[in-house]
Design a protein. Structure first.
Length: 138
């Protein structure tokens, strides 16, 4: 009987420690440091995102993905998801732009919802239409 009590006490102690540890982890998440954007080399970030965009586009074409509706190919193309200022998306659109390109289901939800603030837009043939980053002089 005393072993059962001992195991019960250990179990209760482990539960309490687990709850406390989870609370500390959540507090650390809530206290994340603000991003110092002056430390970012956005030209380099763009080049990295562009290279990844080319790779994702080529993979989509090789996999037979239908690009005719101008879909979003990557909501998390590049960057740190904890900081929307660093996140890039890859969207496919027509050039010149068509009505289908403005449908929400064909746009990157991460950009629409503010989880990403930078985008790269390719046409259906994989050519760069435009890119946008509020942290770059264009």
């Amino acid at each position: 009987m005393s072993r059962i009590r001992e195991y019960s006490r250990i179990l209760i102690l482990l539960i309490i420690v687990g709850v406390l540890a989870a609370g500390c982890a959540n507090q650390q998440e809530a206290e994340k440091k603000p991003l110092n954007v002056s430390n970012l080399n956005m030209a380099l970030e763009y080049q990295i995102a562009l290279q990844k965009a080319v790779e994702i586009y080529q993979r989509a074409v090789a996999d037979g993905v239908d690009l005719s509706a101008g879909p979003c190919l990557a909501n998390d193309l590049h960057g740190n998801p904890d900081y929307s200022e660093t996140m890039w998306v890859l969207d496919i659109a027509h050039y010149p732009r068509e009505e289908v390109d403005d449908l929400p289901e064909n746009q990157c939800s991460a950009y629409r919802e503010g989880r990403a603030r930078n985008f790269i837009e390719f046409n259906t043939e994989g050519q760069l239409i435009k890119f946008y980053s509020p942290l770059m002089n264009q």
